[in-house]
Design a protein around this ligand. Sequence first.
Ligand code: SDX
Length: 393
Amino acid sequence: KTGYVTLDTGFVNTGSCQSAITYIDGDAGILRYRGYPIEQLAQNSTFLETSYLLIYGELPTTEQLTAFDSSIRHHTLLHEDMKRFFDGFPRDAHPMPVLASAVNALSTFYQDNLNPTDPAGVDLTTIRLMAKLPTIAAYAYKKSIGQPFLYPDNSLGTVENFLRMTFGFPAEPYEVNETARAALDLLLILHADHEQNCSTSTVRTVGSAQANMFASIAAGINALSGPSHGGANQAVLEMLENIHRSSDDVDGFVKRVKNREEGVRLMGFGHRVYKNYDPRAALVKKMADDVLTKLGVSDPLLDIAMELEQHALSDDYFIERKLYPNVDFYTGLIYKALGFPNRMFTVLFALGRLPGWIAQWREMMQDPAFKISRPRQIYTGPGERDYVGVGNR
Ligand code: SDX
């Protein structure tokens, strides 16, 4: 049943629910989407196929995947008025609030299909979000660098189209690099769902009030932007760059973390559920060296990251607290090698997590037992007291 109230660390921790989408065993470091181990999906699947699995519950047949792909390709375009929407933001706007605002604004263009209890409207909104989020993400990037938008090209698949809209340029042809496409496709699979994390719980909470899917996903994007959550991939790169730039070596930085200096945390480490190595981090670490080598990129930050990991994994402070690398620790190094600036990293996390948010929102809406989310509390304020006039305070 949804809405369990459990007392945990002294707070009323609600929102526990039943779900058939993703299984995590934090102690064993296990992650499965609809029962399929993440390692097998990483090895054999594609982001689109994994998205279908998460949203509809089964791996698609060839016909189903072709139809899903074709539907998405034919909804990638934004309404022309949506293009003007980006003009309202300052050039140096962070792309995450732009992404959240644009997704929320999408609901104003599709007012006939917003009813969360109408299966046809929910299916159409599912396709529209899967198709348009990459376009919005690419436009947010183009806006930030003052380059013209490129319209989507429906002859390309989701990931290629996104890379082309992001890095392509009207003045010259753009060829998608296969290494980059394969690397991004895999990273999107690894981010596709993660049971009831902060942003997914936010999507469920907003949706539980019968808010439409655009509004719920926009709320999830905002939750993801926090550095404790999806914003960590950008914070990891900034941490590595600071170590590289400063006289501080890895040992010195680790000492500052252990001394709990204000605001100094080992970003990309630790997890509320994984008290073992995050299986996604292991897969990303494995591919990092290979992708950077294939792209001909040599980045000293990768060596710093590996040294930092080695140091932490052998240090009692981190061992006692069961702090291991999480999915955000190595991903930024690959995103950077693909040409993305630090500020786009969390946008890429959102692109990957979208099918998971949609699947979780749909599951909740289809659950006859679900009710509006209404957490309770342990009241710690003053007992009853009488009003005192301002002259007597
Ligand atoms: C994601 O939930 C999900 O599934 C999220 C996610 C997903 O796919 O959706 O996996 C994606 O958000 C990954 C996490 C990305 N965030 C970071 O990398 C930021 C750095 N990590 C920390 O802020 C922290 O580890 C959290 C937020 C991830 C988890 O926090 P918890 O479980 O609440 O842990 P805590 O704050 O209670 O810490 C327990 C102890 C504390 O020490 P003590 O005060 O008990 O002595 O560990 C320490 C913390 O100070 N600690 C860290 C640390 N993380 C925890 N110390 C140094 N560096 C860190 N990163």
